[in-house]
Design a protein around this ligand. Structure first.
Ligand SMILES: O=C(O)CCC(=O)C(=O)O
Ligand SMILES: [Fe+2]
Length: 203
């Protein structure tokens, strides 16, 4: 894949509504754990190896249609995260490397897939901007039910959302790791602020 591609109308429409409802109701869905680049966003993350895909689908059945379509056959480790932005939220320029907290030497993902689950009507801002070191490669205006794939080594950002309402995407960083790297990655865990604060309160 050169830079990025888009697949419109990726799923039946009722799947998007179902995903929206399930994610909003999920106890892990909370103010984000991700780094400082993610300003005023909500979400949670599922880290898993391909060997544990069935377990992921058992615990999160509503992710299955997305995973069936979006996962790339050559990838063996994944960082899946629903990401919600509202008015005033933005994501500063970054390269996705969320598995770095488990393996310091990790290369960026091969591919990142992003499904737009809900987008405010008449959205202003909120575009996904993709860059190479030399130039801007694309500016993608989120459309509900479009599945975007982009090369995992691209720097990207999300412009500040200027409209009321929620912009919910389902993002999956897809890695092709060596056996040695793979050993450092948890087979299946959920990362969420909600879980961490519950743990802290218990102490
Ligand atoms: O929602 C998007 O358009 C992309 C979000 C993103 O960059 C990320 O989750 O790493
Ligand atoms: Fe990203």
């Amino acid at each position: 894949m050169k830079h990025y591609q888009q697949q419109p109308n990726a799923f039946p429409n009722d799947y998007l509504n179902n995903l929206w409802g399930e994610i909003q109701a999920c106890p892990y869905f909370a103010i984000n754990n991700l780094n400082r680049d993610f300003v005023c966003t909500k979400g949670f993350s599922v880290v898993f190896q391909r060997s544990h895909l069935t377990q992921v689908e058992q615990q999160f059945p509503y992710f299955k249609p997305y995973l069936d379509l979006a996962l790339q056959p050559h990838c063996n480790a994944f960082y899946l995260n629903p990401l919600q932005l509202k008015e005033g939220s933005r994501v500063d320029p970054h390269i996705d490397r969320s598995l770095r907290s488990y393996c310091k030497t990790i290369e960026p993902p091969l591919v990142v897939s992003v499904l737009y689950v809900r987008v405010p009507t008449n959205l202003e801002g909120g575009e996904l901007v993709l860059r190479s070191p030399k130039r801007q490669l694309g500016q993608i205006k989120p459309q509900v039910n479009t599945l975007v794939y982009f090369q995992g080594d691209l720097t990207h950002s999300v412009n500040a959302v200027k409209t009321p309402g929620n912009r919910l995407s389902l993002v999956c960083e897809q890695y092709s790791l060596t056996e040695v790297e793979l050993q450092e990655i948890p087979p299946f865990i959920v990362e969420s602020r909600a879980v961490q604060s519950a743990k802290k309160q218990r102490k």
